[in-house]
Design a protein around this ligand. Sequence first.
Ligand code: NAD
Ligand code: 6OD
Length: 495
Amino acid sequence: MTHAAAQDRDLPVISHFIDGRPVASSRPPFENRDPATGRVATLVHEADPGVVDQAVAAARRALRGPWSAFTDAQRAAALRRIADGIRARFDDFLAAEVRDTGKPAELAGHLDIPRGAANFDVFADQIAATATESFRTPTPDGSGALNYGLRTPRGVIAVICPWNLPLLLMTWKVAPALAFGNTVVVKPSEDTPSTTTLLAEVIREAGVPDGVFNVVHGFGPDSAGQYLSEHPGVDAITFTGETRTGTAIMKAAAEGVRPVSFELGGKNAGIVFADCDLDAAAAGIARSAFLNSGQVCLGTERVYVERPVFDAFLARLKAAAEALTPGAPHDAATRFGPLISAQHRDKVLGYYRRAREDGAQVVTGGGVPELPEALAGGYWVQPTIWTGLPETSAVIGEEIFGPCCHLAPFDREEEAVERANASPYGLATTIWTRDLTRAHRVAAAIEVGVAWVNCWFLRDLRTAFGGAKQSGIGREGGVHGLEFYTELRNVCIKL
Ligand code: NAD
Ligand code: 6OD
């Protein structure tokens, strides 16, 4: 389909954005569907290798251009203008994010869009707070030497993003990249192209030079993702997505020995001790299992509950799950949305089937909900709770990324820790107890990058974020992103 033919269909057409301008490509645009209804919502250009070349070349030129002369204060001010620009176009961002994801506007309005703006404010602050080390070194002649660290931008950074929290997770990487003077080529998920392109407009209006922020659209293999990660003009790759995709990108990054920063999959465990505030724990675990229809990397899919409170906890969680019903995303009362795509719904329903085959008791859900006619074509599944599965089941071992969790009782703290750690993943955990000593002990024993106690997804953007084991490489957030987003040079001056 040509660009003109696409426009004839009267659908929004999403272009690449390179060197300050929208750019089309030779490949026909692909259709992107509204997950709540299944109807085609946008047409999206797919990058060919030439488009990726153009984007990387623009980012390289911009790295050496006026952007390199921006002082720390000027970059901080630019980041703040971007944050303000997102807030000024809140309604546009909200509409675009809801159209691409089908998530409730209530959720995108209090999480995705404000957090997208906040990422720029936080890294504007970070620029001013970034110090480097210096040492006075003795020398035999007594005059000494001064060593100091000099941080320079890493260069052209490829930012490859998932679809679950599109603006939030993309800005979480773009903001530090720009804060420390890099230029970027962003590849949003093929399922959620819109807010990245809107951000390109905001960044341009904020006075950031052309070529600093570029966007290429498309898929992974044999498309924009692969072309970008294999491109020799890219100096480093930051990626959020599945562990399997991270493996492919890491192989591409090996050519040229380019650094990677990876935020990958998880199979997070929650642990509920009998001494906890049971209502708070049930509400917290329900949020962690069902928010964004379970499409949050930090979400809980395995819950270990101390035996004396197992039944009481299960009853509360069941009630919370059953209160979630499908609704039109823009209805202010809607708290539960669809999955991102037909393909992902089929994957999640595959696990729902597998759970039954493996002998699970289905406490609630387990299928597709009844839907009003307007939503009948969308990608909906029921919030689902299982009990009774063996720990060897794929449902317990593999990341599902849907609104579901399995509950198992435990008798001893060590047993809960051991079962939580029996996973190749190590992203996050949520621990519920009133015993502070135990909270510290268990938080230290669980092999994860993020441990929450009596809360979940309470994120201070200045703190380190990332996963242990196969859940990631490196840490981003606050000062922790410096190692990836800058090159540290030591300068030694003989005095
Ligand atoms: P995905 O890995 O399928 O895709 C992520 C991005 O990679 C997309 O833009 C995709 O087009 C691109 N891609 C796919 N194959 C590629 C390849 N061979 N080369 C280059 N790029 C390629 O992930 P997804 O389905 O979009 O997102 C869900 C996954 O992301 C889950 O596993 C979830 O746990 C993970 N995730 C992790 C975090 C975290 O912080 N750890 C946060 C959000 C999501
Ligand atoms: O809030 C954040 O900073 C963050 N990185 C959230 C990740 C959510 C994963 O789906």
